[in-house]
Design a protein around this ligand. Structure first.
Ligand code: ADP
Ligand code: MG
Length: 309
């Protein structure tokens, strides 16, 4: 399929200020299309507007203005179809403590109008690894189990698009791997995945395409490979053969010293040659015991795009 899974045009959201606090402009003209079939990463620092955007997609927060289409259905024109096309695993652990996992899935399926005969509670419990807790009280579930149940709830109506808001924030490695394995499998079966994460390595590994959002605006949107290629920041790491202080280097070369005493020289490959960096080291009187270089990773791209704006 070639259609866009999600189209967002000039989306604005201003939260009304509560007592004493002014209104908050959380989204300031977001334009974004998310292709179907992808694993799409939405990255940005805390408070950037990621959850606001996701909650608008989910129909949990009302937009102030702009246009949102989900699976080709305009949210304002076809609210029911647009809601049915998307499943959202929210950032907050908002579970009803009185329902067991099986009941929670049943209630959710009912909310989405899934007929009894088409419900897949057992299959979903199996998928998220909660079969043996199917009838347990929700309050006896661990934090990790609650997260898995939230993922299950997002899947009851077999949506085309699955959205996960910080699914691995604060979860242990085992659960994280289980979540990612599930997400990959669902994507292979054709589901479009949109996720936010704080872990840039994770985004680098999981996502085909990435949008970076900062202060309510999209500041970059590209394939992961392209984004990583777009930055020509390099770091040369020099191990001096005796303890050495940071020295003044020519402009374009930024020198710091790490905890192990190695010197880290950052520079732009397009502006400064590796040779010039080495020359700067030598003219500072440093004898080099070992040298290696580091390419920019997503963390650098992210810092570059979200720094002091
Ligand atoms: P993110 O998920 O990227 O951390 P959010 O979408 O949660 O960002 O928040 C974006 C901005 O909107 C923040 O400044 C936040 O404080 C504010 N905000 C979020 N929800 C509300 C709300 N219900 N009322 C007022 N301000 C809010
Ligand atoms: Mg958030």
């Amino acid at each position: 399929m070639t259609q866009d899974a999600i189209r967002i045009e000039n989306l604005h959201k201003t939260y009304a200020g509560s007592k004493g606090s002014p209104p908050k402009e959380a989204l300031r003209g977001v334009d974004l299309t998310i292709p179907s079939g992808s694993i799409f990463g939405l990255l940005g620092p805390n408070g950037a507007g990621k959850s606001t955007l996701i909650n608008i997609l989910a129909g949990l927060v009302l937009k102030t203005s702009g246009k949102v289409s989900i699976w080709g259905f305009d949210q304002d024109v076809n609210p029911r179809q647009s809601r049915a096309s998307i499943g959202v695993m929210p950032q907050e652990l908002n579970l009803d403590p009185f329902f067991s996992p099986r009941e929670a899935l049943d209630v959710q399926a009912g909310l989405y109008g899934v007929p009894k005969a088409q419900r897949r509670s057992d299959e979903i419990l199996e998928l998220v690894g909660l079969s043996d807790k199917a009838n347990a009280y929700a309050r006896t579930l661990s934090g990790g189990m609650r997260r898995r149940l939230l993922l299950g709830k997002a899947l009851v109506h077999t949506p085309h698009i699955l959205v996960l808001d910080e699914p691995t924030a604060g979860v242990d490695i085992e659960l994280r791997q289980m979540l990612w394995a599930n997400v990959r499998r669902l994507n292979e079966q054709g589901m479009t995945i949109v996720l936010t994460t704080h872990y840039l390595e994770e985004a680098e590994e999981m996502c085909d395409e990435i949008a970076i959002i900062n202060h309510g605006q999209v500041v970059a949107r590209d394939s992961t490979a392209h984004l990583l290629g777009s930055i020509d920041l390099k770091t040369m790491i020099i191990e001096p053969d005796k303890p050495t202080e940071v020295f003044d280097a020519p402009s374009g070369i930024d020198v710091t010293r790490d905890a192990s005493g190695a010197l880290r020289l950052s520079y732009r490959a397009s502006k400064t040659s590796a040779d010039a960096v080495l020359e700067a080291v030598r003219s500072a009187g440093v004898t080099i015991r070992d040298v290696r270089t580091e390419q920019a990773d997503l963390e650098d791209v992210f810092l570059e795009l979200t720094r002091s704006r």
